[in-house]
Ligand binder design. Structure first.
Ligand code: ZN
Length: 372
């Protein structure tokens, strides 16, 4: 390593202007202890290195350094200036300058990331809301139909529930909704399916609500509980959460689709997206609030929802144990990783479905608190 502070600091002949008069004064420059010394016949000026605006290192021409306190030094011989800078260890001070600018760069990066996160957190949902508001409802319906087909092909079989039971669940829900102002009730259709994903329910854009036979069996066909689930799902329909979610997830594509009026390519990709996406916490809160509204108006105790949360939780634990036991009993059965993946997939698929977002303390308190 070189000694950064040579005993005799190198000097450079230059010209000094004091910033008040046009008089050019011949001076010598040297740097010592982080200070630029400018001295001549009637000049004795010092300036800290960071109070000097050092010139860019250009290939040719003279160099000028501005003092922030006023005044200027100039050297016509660029090469001599550069050599003097190097010899004075100014390379190091430029590292200091760089470090300072790195701090700025880091600050700028942090600010930029914050802006992006902010956009994703608040800007994008707002934009998605606006886009959904100007999208015709036929888009929801079309998205719902294609999603239902994808779900049916993968996870569902025809319902084994007696038609009379299906009808009575529909009837109970319609009865509960009759207490609502008609304009607050979106169009809905309730379909039942025997499923490979256990007790569950989900709402598709456009108003189709799918309920699995297993959910009906889990609550012994209690129509009050099923009405609570349906009211939650209808909240998603009413707020058009499905479309909002896919718009948000494919923001640019959706914008292009709305602007260009071409939804076909977008729609083709959406059922897959619906299968993997989750509603946001905010969306779940809105759906819960809708459920609360419907239940209260229909004089059904909102805490039936808590009963359901408990049953779903117990069911999940049983499923997990069963899966683990089966895995232990038959370790040779296929690739273990693939098996774990299968179990995980079955549990995590359909993030928008009711049982896929288990109740946390907040939701339980919401439905329980209202009961008191
Ligand atoms: Zn939900």
């Amino acid at each position: 390593m070189q000694d950064p502070q040579p005993r005799t600091p190198p000097t450079l002949k230059a010209t000094y202007f004091d910033g008040r008069s046009a008089q050019a004064r011949p001076v010598e420059l040297h740097i010592a202890d982080g200070v630029l010394h400018i001295y001549g016949a009637d000049v004795a000026v010092t300036a800290k290195l960071r109070e000097v605006q050092w010139p860019e290192r250009t290939r040719h021409g003279k160099r000028m350094a501005q003092l922030t306190a006023g005044g200027l030094v100039q050297c016509d011989d660029g090469d001599a200036w550069d050599a003097w800078c190097r010899a004075s260890g100014l390379g190091e001070s430029s590292v200091v300058v760089l470090q300072q600018s790195w701090r700025w760069v880091a600050a700028a990066v942090v600010a930029f990331v914050a802006l992006l996160v902010g956009f994703q957190q608040w800007g994008l949902p707002l934009a998605a809301r606006a886009i959904v508001a100007m999208t015709p409802h036929s888009v929801d319906a079309s998205l719902g139909a294609s999603s239902l087909k994808a779900i049916d092909d993968t996870f569902m079989a025809p319902s084994a529930l007696p038609p009379e039971q299906q009808a009575s669940i529909r009837q109970a829900f319609a009865q509960a909704l009759s207490a609502q102002a008609p304009e607050r009730v979106p169009q809905w259709t309730l379909v039942f399916r025997k499923s490979k994903i256990g007790p569950n329910a989900l709402a598709l854009p456009g108003g189709t609500i799918l309920m699995t036979d297993e959910l009906v069996q889990l609550v012994d066909g209690d129509t009050r509980v099923l009405t609570a689930v349906l009211a939650h799902e209808l909240g998603h329909v009413q707020q058009r959460h499905g479309l909002r979610m896919v718009v948000q997830a494919s923001a640019l594509g959706a914008v292009a689709g709305v602007v260009l009026g071409d939804f076909s390519t977008l729609l083709a990709a959406l059922p897959a997206l619906m299968g993997q996406a989750h509603y946001s916490r905010a969306a779940e809160r809105e759906a819960d609030a809708h459920a609360m509204e419907v239940l209260t108006a229909a004089h059904i105790q909102p805490k039936v929802m808590v009963t359901l949360f408990d049953k779903l939780k117990a069911q999940r634990e049983t499923d997990r144990e069963k899966a683990l036991k089966a895995d232990k009993a038959d370790p040779q059965d296929g690739d273990k990783a693939a098996r774990a993946k299968r179990i995980g997939t079955a549990i995590s698929w359909l993030g928008i479905a009711f049982a896929s977002h288990p109740a946390d303390a907040e939701r339980v308190a919401f439905f329980q608190g209202a009961a008191q």
